[in-house]
Design a binder for this molecule. Structure first.
Ligand code: WT7
Length: 649
């Protein structure tokens, strides 16, 4: 390990911060010794229509996993994110929309947001949506995406957002699994100067015979492009809201009523519908937002994530708005139209808190000072990182160049499943070590276990698990509680398994080392190798495929695919292109393989199991230590693969 540079807590930050180190230690101790008492108090960060009397009712016991928080409380999410702020800050800006084109921007005050959310909530009702129905959002990054989310929560509809970069096939799968009745989309999206044909993709998804649940499609007009129209099914956003009342009572929701489903990739099978419920999720998003970003009234906050990911749910929309913050919703990408775009947006809106991903940081870092050309970024106070481990070089560059060497960086570790941040520094409390997510948030009990589930104490490296529940935890997989238990609670009995490996150092700081399962992290996007493999073998010329991740300077990981063609098929430049195109079409651009390795045979055990360990090593060129290959059905396959690697593009 190279020497670790320690950054002490900045005095100016600590002076104003909600939590200092002593308070952190005291509160953390209390939160794990007496979770019931701790959360009884902190559940009050949101407003309840009917207060809870019960706080925690959770079990990680295999076969009986059940997670309930504040179970007899009643509340409404949109009332917490909007209505409760109207008296004190109705005219404050809630959402700043920054368009893909730097000349396009707009603002929505809390009053305006209230009006739009009520209208769209009524529009959803008029299209037949009732409490408990599922609404699929397939939206570009426009303020109406947040309006639609909040409108769902206002009437108790369950939203499931599908990232606009996913293909019609991927969209169809999620609609079918969630049984969505309405799809909300736009004519087109715009990102980095390029149009994304969202409505066309929805049409293609709904043309699929297996998709039978959708009754209506509501279309927001973003670009005015010509789109195909089905008079019985399609409705314009502006038309249905124009006739909708601006009054809509928030629906009283039980704390454990479903709030949203979000699909994410696992190591096997189809994407999983992670279910979050109302009370615990909102309490946890609200509280973590306040403390992790040390949010103070008046701060301008910018999270660069898309609403299609969990970060866009918890820390672009729900956490900030529940705290009454001003949140920036950015349509574009950090390096368009120029490398300095991100810094320009910071200056333009006077951003105080910036939350982005290591892959964006590394892409900007590769351009050096161009990333800050002509900008000052002097309003910045706190920087955040999320999505994958941040390498110390990128951390240092982010700190020095974007942050002018005076902003603490909160490296926040969490997952779609965790609902909110679990391991993170607090700006006024935690000494920073570049590359470490540092310490657990209140109420979070991480542990490291060896491969047979023994807890290892002190300085150690192992599998990262959680020993007890926190309010933001997912409750189940939509329609498949058994898979939920199987995936998260069966590897290590009685513990939540994260799928990540981690190291704990002499100060008790956690250093996430990455996934230990067959899940890839490409530019902060999570992808199952199994998903890409099944897309590959669905191509009519491919007999067999195996996908592994290889390190990549900017993306973190790149996708390396081993492919065996059907007898008679011959690899060619054209086929290479066709296969990549195919995966783009099946899943989406983010799943496109970077490398294709044509081969006649994969290394398999005698029972036919592909040995991925070996494939990973060959792909990364780490062939000095292949380990035991004696269990292979045909050990000569390995030599062949190594030789072929020379030709891989
Ligand atoms: C996986 C979860 C949480 C929002 C975005 C991703 C990796 C996430 C960090 C971090 C190291 C991180 C983990 C995790 N990850 N944040 N700060 N340091 N790794 O959510 O798509 O559910 O992916 O992202 O591997 O398991 P997700």
């Amino acid at each position: 390990m190279s020497e670790v540079h320690i950054y002490p807590v900045y005095k100016e930050i600590a002076a104003k911060a909600h939590i200092n180190d002593e308070q952190y230690r005291e509160m953390y101790q209390h939160s794990v010794v007496n979770p019931e008492g701790f959360w009884r108090e902190h559940g009050q960060v949101v407003d309840w229509i009917q207060p809870y009397t019960k706080v925690k009712n959770t079990s990680f016991d295999t076969g009986h996993v059940s997670i309930k928080w504040f179970e007899d409380g009643v509340l409404n999410v949109s009332a917490n994110c909007i209505d409760r702020h109207l008296a004190s800050r109705g005219d404050q800006v809630a959402i700043i929309w920054e368009g893909d084109d730097p000349a396009d921007d707009a603002t929505l005050t809390y009053n305006e947001l209230h009006q739009q959310v009520c209208q769209f909530a009524n529009a959803l009702k008029s299209q037949g949506i009732r409490k408990g129905d599922v609404v699929c959002l397939y939206m570009p990054m426009v303020a109406e995406a947040a309006v639609a989310m909040l409108a769902c929560t206002r009437i108790g509809a369950v939203h499931t957002i599908v990232f606009g970069g996913f293909s019609p096939e991927a969209l169809a799968g999620r609609i079918t699994d969630s049984d969505a009745k309405v799809v909300v989309t736009a004519d087109e999206g715009i990102r980095g100067g390029r149009a994304v044909p969202l409505k066309k993709n929805v049409d293609a998804a709904l043309a699929n015979e297996e998709v039978t649940s959708v009754e209506k499609v509501i279309v927001f007009k973003r670009t005015g492009a010509e789109v195909a129209w089905d008079d019985d099914r399609d409705v314009w956003w502006h038309e249905t809201t124009a006739v909708a009342s601006t009054h809509c009572e928030p629906e009283p929701m039980n704390a454990e009523d479903p709030m949203f489903i979000l699909y994410t990739s696992g190591s096997t099978g189809k994407p999983k519908g992670v279910l979050h419920t109302t009370g615990g999720y909102l309490v946890y998003a609200t509280m973590t937002f306040k403390y992790v970003f040390d949010y103070h009234d008046g701060d301008i906050y910018w999270c660069t994530a898309d609403v299609g990911w969990i970060t866009g749910h918890s820390y672009l929309v729900y956490g900030p708005l529940s705290n009454g913050a001003t949140t920036i919703l950015f349509e574009g990408v950090p390096n368009y139209p120029s490398t300095s775009r991100m810094s320009e947006v910071v200056d333009k809106h006077g951003v105080n808190i910036l939350y982005t991903a290591p892959t964006a940081i590394r892409a900007l870092m590769a351009k050096g000072d161009q990333a800050i050309e002509g900008t000052e970024r002097s309003t910045l106070r706190i920087l955040g990182s999320v999505g994958e481990p941040i390498n110390p070089e990128a951390w240092e560059w982010y700190h020095r160049t974007i942050g002018n060497s005076f902003c603490p960086i909160v490296d926040t570790w969490w997952q779609t499943e965790t609902g909110g941040i679990l391991i993170t520094p607090l700006p006024g409390a935690t000494e920073l070590k570049p590359g470490s997510a540092t310490r657990p948030f209140f109420g979070v009990q991480p542990a490291l276990v060896d491969n047979i589930g023994n807890i290892i104490d002190g300085e150690a490296e192992g599998n990262l698990v959680m020993l007890d529940s926190w309010p933001g935890q997912m409750r189940t997989l939509w329609g498949d509680h058994e898979r939920f238990e199987q995936t998260y609670f069966s590897t290590f009995k009685g513990m939540y398994f994260t799928g990540d490996g981690a190291r704990r150092d002499e100060d008790g700081y956690y250093w996430i080392t990455g996934r230990v399962d067959d899940v890839l992290n490409v530019s902060g996007h999570r992808m199952g190798t199994a998903e890409i493999e099944s897309a590959l073998v669905a191509f009519d010329k491919i007999a067999e495929a195996a996908v592994v991740g290889v390190p990549h300077d900017i993306k973190g990981q790149a996708i390396y695919a081993y492919i065996t063609l059907n007898a008679g098929e011959i690899p060619s430049a054209e086929l290479h292109k066709e296969v990549k195109e195919w995966v783009r079409k099946e899943i989406g651009p983010i799943a496109t393989p970077d490398f294709l390795h044509w081969t006649d045979a994969l290394p398999k055990t005698r029972s036919g199991k592909i040995m991925r360990r070996i494939l990973r090593k060959i792909a990364t060129g780490d062939t000095g230590t292949l380990g035991d290959t004696s269990t292979l059905a045909d050990p000569s396959v390995v030599e062949k693969l190594i030789a072929e690697k020379q030709q891989v593009l």
